[in-house]
Design a protein around this ligand. Structure first.
Ligand code: GLN
Length: 530
């Protein structure tokens, strides 16, 4: 019998609901339960795959090729479980399913409505996640803020779940903001009271409240919230602002949120094993070195557009007790008359992550050339690998190389559209997505880093290295050290006469974990520290 935790948010967005959900998941997992997580997003896109990263932040990709909200990355990093297509459900997906069913004739005779057709579809997604994952506990985060018109159907669906299920099958957590008012210099609980009342207007009774605040609340405040919101005082949990997000699960654990949930579920309160997590927090709070890494991209104005890359860099830093300071470099600005030696003055390593479209790519190519010529450790990811090949072909092989993505009529498209992409007209969900295997060539940097000859990584791209140019680049010293043999696709390239120059077509950042740094990032940071 699966149990269900729902996490809603009130007052404002950006409260850290995703981190709250992940932290609770981590604590329940640490007590021996199998956990699955999912997020409902109220927007009408089928998935965030077609959205501008500057608006939405990065697109996280699951192993089964689902393009998802970046919160899924938090989930995976906290609970170290691979999530899948049942983990990110949007209004777009729900409505599409219902409309397709209507056209198919599945509702014969019925008027198709928000309630029950849309709400039933939402409920199915919750129950399906429970069934297909075999989890003891499913944690579902509802995107947006209670009261938004957009998320009403989700709120109604989870209300029905609360009503349909036994009392000990569900736990509803509402996260709110407790603002500090300057002048009177106090924390204010009214927005929380109002938000919980909104939730009650929709028929939902919450079991716990997580307060986001700048410092811990006192007993009196908790008693007040408890009384006005009809929640036991011990179920009112503080989520105090922290510098290091990994402290949050430990803060919740001290306030016994995991015990409170398990008690309501009538499940055994097994001993929590948080040793590894405490060790991580201790490492992060005691880093004794700093290092500057330059991240060169075109979405740098929104750091969340590169969230998993930044996290993966940090994780690699923890292995060497090093704090990573990112120098955010807008690639488009490098295209003008700038002195690269100034831009990269304090930089110990350069990373060029993924991206789409032509804008800013000449700046990225300049940065790659600078890294190659000045023997600065370089890691290229996806577009970063494609541009590393273009740079090498132009500068070392003397051909006017480019990618078909930037020039449809290019004579030297050393990066070209993949064969199976040529007939595709729809943009959404049609990239090469998710897990693919890659063979590692022995005696290469890649084999030294992975210590394996067969790996699986997650992908998100439409273009590939054009094998017609392989020999030309190989003869001039480029090593193709990772190949997908089924489709004969280049997955990893490297340059041997350089301290560390490697790039991959896949996205290693999605598989990095705070306590398990990814081998490519680990190697990159190790050599940047030298
Ligand atoms: N735009 C490139 C492609 O589609 C790279 C994609 C990426 O960096 N994720 O192949």
């Amino acid at each position: 019998m699966t149990k269900y935790v729902f996490v809603t948010g009130g007052v404002v967005s950006g409260l850290g609901k995703g981190i709250t959900a992940s932290s609770i998941a981590l604590l329940l997992k640490s007590r021996g339960y199998k956990i699955f997580m999912q997020k409902f997003d109220p927007y009408f896109n089928i998935d965030p795959g077609t959205m501008n990263p500057i608006q939405h932040g990065e697109v996280f990709v699951t192993y089964d090729g689902c393009e998802t909200d970046l919160d899924l990355g938090h989930y995976e990093r906290f609970i170290d479980e691979e999530l899948n297509y049942t983990s990110n459900i949007t209004s777009g997906k729900i409505y599409k399913t219902v409309i397709d069913k209507e056209r198919h004739g599945d509702y014969l005779g019925a008027t198709v409505q928000m309630v029950p057709h849309i709400t039933n579809e939402i409920k199915n997604k919750v129950y399906e996640a429970g069934k297909s994952s075999g989890a003891d506990i499913v944690i579902t985060e509802i995107g947006g803020t209670v009261g938004d018109i957009e998320s009403l159907a989700f709120i109604e669906a989870i209300r029905q779940i609360q009503y349909e299920k036994n009392d000990d099958d569900t736990f509803f957590i509402h996260t709110t903001l407790v603002p500090f008012i300057y002048g009177s210099d106090e924390l204010k609980t009214k927005p929380t009271q109002n938000s919980v009342r909104d939730l009650r207007n929709y028929g939902i009774k919450c079991d716990g409240i997580v307060l986001r605040l700048p410092y811990a609340s006192d007993k009196e405040m908790k008693r007040k919230i408890s009384l006005f919101c009809s929640v036991p005082v011990e179920n009112v949990i503080d989520s105090v602002d922290v510098k290091n997000i990994y402290e949050i699960p430990l803060n919740y654990h001290e306030q016994k949120i995991d015990e409170i949930i398990l008690k309501k579920f009538n499940l055994p309160i097994n001993k929590a094993d948080l040793t590894y997590w405490k060790k991580l927090v201790n490492t992060v709070n005691n880093l004794d070195k700093e290092i500057e890494i330059s991240l060169v991209g075109k979405y740098v104005e929104l750091h969340d557009a590169y969230l998993s890359v930044c996290e993966a860099l940090k994780h690699a830093g923890y292995c060497y007790n090093a704090k990573i300071n990112i120098n955010w470099v807008d690639s488009e600005k490098l295209e003008g008359n700038v002195k690269l030696s100034e831009v990269f003055k304090n930089t110990k390593g350069i990373i060029v992550p993924g991206g789409f479209g032509n804008r800013g790519t000449e700046g990225m190519i300049k940065a790659i050339k600078y890294a190659r010529e000045n023997k600065i450790p370089f890691l290229g990811i996806c577009l970063g690998m494609q541009l590393a090949c273009i740079e090498f072909a132009r500068d070392i092989c003397n051909i006017n190389a480019t990618s078909r993505e930037f020039d449809a009529n290019a004579s030297f498209a050393i990066i070209d559209l993949m064969a199976d992409q040529k007939s595709i007209a729809n943009m959404g969900g049609t990239l090469r997505l998710g897990n693919y295997q890659c063979n590692i060539v022995s005696n290469t940097l890649a084999s030294k880093l992975y210590k394996k000859d067969d790996i699986i990584e997650r992908h998100r791209h439409r273009y590939e290295f054009n094998n017609e140019y392989k020999e030309l680049l190989e003869n001039k010293g480029m090593v193709f050290s990772g190949i997908n043999e089924q489709a004969n696709l280049v997955e990893i390239i490297e340059l041997p006469n350089h301290p560390f120059f490697i790039a991959c077509q896949f996205h290693p950042e999605f598989k990095s974990r705070p306590t398990k740094a990814h081998p490519l990032f680990k190697g990159f940071i190790e050599s940047s520290l030298k």
